[in-house]
Design a protein around this ligand. Structure first.
Ligand SMILES: NC(=O)c1ccc[n+]([C@@H]2O[C@H](COP(=O)([O-])OP(=O)(O)OC[C@H]3O[C@@H](n4cnc5c(N)ncnc54)[C@H](O)[C@@H]3O)[C@@H](O)[C@H]2O)c1
Length: 249
């Protein structure tokens, strides 16, 4: 992936951070697009010390002009865009469908779904200028099965898969492959928030995983980097679970 250029949204920490590191290890130039400036800049410093070319661009993925600016700045800095990982997402509040507030619904859908669409809209335009590319959208096992008390999140993650399939069909003959990855329970700050760091609740989440443990961010990152690589040249329009058999039960 030497001299290839990748944007990772939500790349400052967690799964996105692991994806950023794996692309940099493969020699790619990396742009982190996130609202966490401090953590994002810190990761950029670490990558630069290891000899990578990397840039942090503050971006709220739910804002059209900021997403457009992200693509312009990336191409200004690195000349092209080869890969994009639309990973930024929030879980929102935990409450059942009857208790879910309109504000929570709107916020989750704006970031998780509209954010992915906006990013793809402008990523694809840049990729078409240089003959193609590959995009991976981060959905979830909550994109494949129902998840109690997270109605907005679950809806957004299901919708990401529909959008991924549609866009893959639209650009299959333009040399842009588009896939989704559906992680199971992965140890990140998101899981710390959802469990409130309560040991009992953590155990409950661990026990959802037939494999007997939570996944690690780098285990998701490995699948994402493979999907972007030429080794996956015939794989497009798919929703790939990386889930320790979560959805096999
Ligand atoms: N952790 C899990 O168990 C799990 C499972 C399945 C799917 N996922 C998905 O993986 C992705 C990453 O999750 P994570 O666990 O690393 O979460 P995280 O909360 O640790 O990290 C999410 C990142 O997204 C960024 N972000 C949030 N809103 C943003 C916005 N509006 N614009 C730009 N960046 C924004 C945050 O600042 C943060 O850096 C999310 O889409 C999440 O839904 C996570």
């Amino acid at each position: 992936m030497k001299d290839k250029v990748v944007i990772v949204t939500g790349g400052a920490v967690g799964i996105g951070g692991a994806i950023v590191e794996k692309f940099a290890d493969r020699g790619a130039n990396v742009v982190i697009a996130d609202i966490k400036a401090e953590q994002g800049e810190r990761l950029i410093d670490t990558l630069k010390k290891k000899g990578s070319e990397a840039e942090f661009i503050w971006t709220d993925v739910s804002d059209r002009s900021e997403v457009e600016n992200l693509m312009e700045k990336t191409v200004e800095r690195f000349g092209r865009l080869d890969y994009a990982v639309n990973n930024a997402g929030i879980e929102g509040d935990q409450a059942d469908t009857a208790a879910c507030t309109e504000a929570n619904w709107d916020r989750v859908l704006e970031i998780n779904l509209k954010g992915v669409w906006l990013c793809m809209k402008y990523e694809i335009r840049k990729m078409l200028q240089t003959g193609g590319g590959a995009i991976v959208n981060i959905s979830s096992v909550a994109g494949l099965v129902g998840f109690r008390n997270l109605p907005a999140y679950t809806s957004s993650k299901h919708a990401i898969i529909g959008l991924t399939r549609t866009t893959a069909l639209e650009f299959a003959q333009k040399n842009i492959r588009i896939n989704a990855v559906c992680p199971g329970v992965i140890q990140t700050e998101m899981i710390d928030r959802v469990t409130g760091n309560d040991p009992e609740k953590r155990k409950q989440y661990e026990s959802m995983e037939p494999i007997g443990r939570m996944g690690r961010p780098e285990e998701v990152a490995a699948a994402v980097v493979w999907l972007c690589s030429d080794e996956a040249s015939f794989v497009t329009g798919q929703a790939v679970p990386v889930d320790g058999a979560f959805t096999s039960e």
